[in-house]
Every structure is written in structure tokens, then in C-alpha cells.
Design a protein around this ligand. Structure first.
Ligand SMILES: Nc1ncnc2c1ncn2[C@@H]1O[C@H](COP(=O)(O)OP(=O)(O)O)[C@@H](O)[C@H]1O
Ligand SMILES: [Mg+2]
Length: 328
């Protein structure tokens, strides 16, 4: 390794629990309030692991179906804390070059040409210069532990289930000590470990080793009360009655056998569509017309259109506020 004999570029610093670099919420209620100010509705069950993740400086692993609000948690948390959100969107084939760092080859080549043109090339000096930070492209994971970050950012590693297992292994190492070694430069170590949120839509299982390092929380579909709160917070202009009917209907729809159950995103999209159509109440035909806002598979749409929608709408009437959100 080229680092042999070279002092580490960054001196590892001990990071205390209370560096006072950002105002961490003092209680679970504070976490809820902080998120609420960002129009994110959280129940206590979710606020507890978020609070602990910050307090214990442990990554938080959020698992759940698509559209239940996992990604949004990281965004709301970063905004609420007034810190940067650094997002790494995972995908198949994601590698170190895209996740951690890469050398800017084009600029390096250009620099070599300039050096050659100017005549005197000291090989050693040129080499050191070409592999200096100037030519380093920092990708999300390196950005998140970069010493230059004064406040610990929120690092969102989104949809980890999409990446390969090899990448998961690398991540495990990173989360162990929040440091990254670049052979030509030395070791980068986070002054303040970032607040790490890992999400998965569970298209595959994530290894136990990684889960063990994290606090775990399953983000479920919201119940009637919570979903109504979410949509009234997000779309405050919606008439109350319509918001209630939409929530009750979606809750009912989630009981149906479907290829893809609608998430909160779909509820919000659907309600916006109904508002755009100046609808103030639900009726079977308008639901049929707008099924594409809730269901994203033609087979699902076909399977509920017509009579099943009518029946669901009837049943959903037992879910309203007078029924405590439950079917009576
Ligand atoms: N508890 C919540 N409070 C406010 N908005 C929410 C909540 N849950 C979900 N949403 C909204 O639902 C949408 C989908 O959320 P997202 O975080 O993208 O889901 P996921 O990452 O789980 O697929 C976003 O527009 C988000 O704002
Ligand atoms: Mg997401």
C-alpha cells in the first residue's frame, strides 16, 4: 500500500456524546415536535428509535413497504436539525466509485498536459499533486464523514435492498468506525459521526451483521387516525369530509388482496387528484375514474373496478371518525 510510512492524513479525534455541535432533541416528545414542524407525523413508537439513534450514535435501519414515509423521515430530521442531508440512493451495481470517491481522470489528464507543456516535470511532485484532494471527487459516503462538515449531517442510505451484498459488506465496515482510507491520501475520519438512516423496501433480506449494528424499526402503513393526520397536514386545503372519506377508503382498500397495496404517497396523490377535479365527496364512479392514482398495476385496477369498489366504499363508511377509525 502506498500509505506505508505515511502519517494518517487526518488525526482520528475522539467524538464525545455531547459536542454541542447540533441541538439534539432532549426527549422523545421533542423528536415528535421536531418532525411535526417539518410536516412529518410520527407516533411515539417511531420517535423512540430516532431519539435513541441520535443519543447512542447508532445507525437507524428503517424497513417497510414503498410509500410509507421512510425516506421522508431522513429529510424531515435533517431539516428539523438544520443540518445537511446527504443521500446515497442504492441500486444494483452501485460501487465504491459512486458511493465513496473517484479520481477526476479528465482533470488529471488535463493537468498532465499542462505540466508537459510547461516543460519541467518533477515526477514525484507531479504524482503527489495529481493524487491530492484537488482531483478527488467525493461521493456521498465520503462527504458524510468529511472533516470539513462542521455539523454532523444526516446520511441517508436509501433502499439498501437494491444494492449488491458486496456493497453491504463494505458499508458494515464503514459503519463500524466511520472512517475511510484512500491509499494515495490517507485516512478520512469523521469528526462528528453522521446521523445514519438506512432504508429498505425489503425486496431482499439485509444481512444480520448489518442489522445488528443498527437500531431497527418497521415502518408500517398508518392507521386511520394517523393517515388522516398526515393528509390533513400535507394537504391542508382539502375539505375535511373528503379527507376522511379518502382515508377510510384507502384503509379499506389495504384489506384487499392486491399485487401492490397503496402507500401514503398514493393517498396523497389521490386526494390531490380529487381536488383537481373539484370533487368534494367520494362516489363509486369517481373512484373508478381515478383508480390509477392509487393502484399501479393494471391487474389490480381490473380486479377492483366496479362492484368491488362499490362494496369497499360501503364498508369504508364504518371506518370514519365516529367509529374511532375502526370497522364497527
Ligand atoms: N408520517 C408521515 N408524515 C407526513 N408525510 C408522510 C408520512 N408518511 C409518509 N408521508 C408522505 O408520503 C410520501 C411517501 O413517503 P416516502 O418517504 O417517499 O416513502 P418511502 O421512502 O417509505 O417509500 C411522501 O410524500 C411523504 O411526505
Ligand atoms: Mg423511499
Amino acid at each position: 500500500m502506498t500509505t506505508a510510512g505515511k502519517p494518517a492524513r487526518k488525526t482520528p479525534k475522539k467524538t464525545g456524546q455531547d459536542d454541542g455541535v447540533y441541538q439534539a432533541p432532549e426527549s422523545i416528545e421533542d423528536v415528535q415536535k421536531l418532525l411535526r414542524n417539518q410536516v412529518y407525523i410520527s407516533d411515539r413508537a417511531l420517535a423512540v428509535p430516532i431519539f435513541l439513534a441520535m443519543k447512542l450514535q447508532r445507525p437507524l435501519f428503517l424497513e417497510g413497504e414503498a410509500g410509507v414515509g421512510k425516506t421522508e423521515i431522513a429529510r424531515a430530521l435533517a431539516n428539523g436539525l438544520g443540518t445537511k442531508l446527504i443521500r446515497l440512493q442504492c441500486y444494483e451495481g452501485l460501487d465504491i466509485n459512486q458511493a465513496v470517491y473517484e479520481w477526476n481522470h479528465t482533470r488529471q489528464v488535463l493537468e498532465i498536459r499542462l505540466m508537459e507543456a510547461s516543460g519541467d516535470v518533477d515526477r514525484e511532485a507531479a504524482n503527489a499533486d495529481l493524487f491530492s484532494e484537488k482531483f478527488l471527487v467525493k461521493r456521498p459516503l465520503l462527504q458524510a464523514i468529511d472533516e470539513a462538515e462542521e455539523k454532523p449531517p444526516v446520511l441517508l442510505i436509501d433502499e439498501l435492498d437494491r444494492s449488491d451484498e458486496e456493497f453491504e459488506g463494505f458499508l458494515l465496515e464503514l459503519l463500524a468506525d466511520y472512517q475511510i482510507t484512500i491509499p494515495e491520501l490517507g485516512t478520512f475520519k469523521a469528526k462528528h459521526p453522521p446521523i445514519v438512516i438506512v432504508t429498505s423496501n425489503r425486496t431482499r433480506e439485509i444481512h444480520d451483521a448489518l442489522k445488528r449494528r443498527c437500531l431497527y424499526y418497521w415502518v408500517d402503513y398508518p392507521d386511520y387516525q394517523k393517515e388522516l393526520q398526515i393528509i390533513t397536514a400535507r394537504i391542508p386545503d382539502a375539505p375535511r369530509k373528503l379527507a376522511e372519506q379518502v382515508t377510510a377508503f384507502i384503509q379499506e382498500m389495504r384489506q384487499t388482496e392486491l399485487f401492490k397495496i397503496p402507500g401514503v404517497s398514493e393517498t396523497l396523490d389521490w386526494l390531490s387528484a380529487l381536488l383537481a377535479m373539484n370533487q368534494t365527496e367520494l362516489d363509486p364512479s369517481v373512484i373508478d375514474d381515478t383508480l390509477g392514482m392509487m393502484l399501479k398495476y393494471q391487474d389490480d385496477i381490473e380486479s377492483v373496478k366496479g362492484e368491488p369498489v362499490r362494496a369497499m366504499l360501503e364498508r369504508s363508511k364504518n371506518r370514519g371518525p365516529r367509529h374511532g377509525g375502526r370497522r364497527g
